[in-house]
Design a protein around this ligand. Sequence first.
Ligand code: CMP
Length: 138
Amino acid sequence: SKERTLSIIKPDAVAKNVIGQIYQRFEDSGLKIVAAKMKQLSQAEAEGFYAVHSERPFFGDLVSFMTSGPVMIQVLEGDDAITKNRDIMGATNPKEAAAGTIRADFAESIDANAVHGSDAPETAAQEIAYFFSSIELN
Ligand code: CMP
């Protein structure tokens, strides 16, 4: 069924100048970009977004990486958008990501892994609301 998911193109992929190539993959898989913004996250914004990971050993590195440069944030819509986006992203660790996935093709490490995507309907709703107000969403 039709869903929405939150996607972030992380600072590594923005710096590599591959926003367009990643957008092409969203579109080729049938996902529609229904809202988007480029943003430099503050430390507080990154900490809040990743609050679920706050007790993990990689939290500090994750927050400093996500604030190291601008990110491109978008809402993707389509049939099974959450799973579809996770499929085209590939595994969190690019070394384990299947050939042809975004992370296999554009990511360097588990930290600099090019993209984020919501993992479930509840987190998708939460993450979309974290970055977009209702007037920005059609
Ligand atoms: P993301 O989908 O944005 O969600 C949390 C991020 O933490 C994840 O992608 C990785 O980039 C990063 N991360 C770093 N180390 C780990 C780890 N051991 N397990 C999961 N995520 C990690």
